[in-house]
Design a protein around this ligand. Structure first.
Ligand code: SF4
Length: 77
């Protein structure tokens, strides 16, 4: 699970930080921020609850591992 907040959609208010404070926080402007982008599995239910509660529909949860890339890691560093 990976979590992202679309700041263009966030309307602030802090619902995310209120319902899942282990994963979300607010910046100085009240905008939601992700404090733990890859939270423990036991927090999944709380995160999904926040996704539905978010008034801006600004939170996206990615369940799958990122797609592999064609990049080859540099060796010998
Ligand atoms: S609940 Fe949604 S709209 Fe509210 S602060 Fe969090 S991300 Fe922003």
């Amino acid at each position: 699970m990976e979590i992202r907040i679309d700041r263009d959609k966030c309307v602030s208010g802090g619902v995310c930080a209120m319902f899942a404070p282990q994963v979300f926080d607010q910046d100085d402007d009240g905008m939601g921020v992700v404090s733990d982008a890859v939270p423990a599995r036991e927090l999944a239910a709380a995160v999904r609850s926040v996704v539905w509660r978010c008034p801006g529909r600004a939170i996206t949860v990615y369940d799958q591992e990122p797609a592999p890339t064609d990049e080859v890691p540099e060796a010998g560093r």
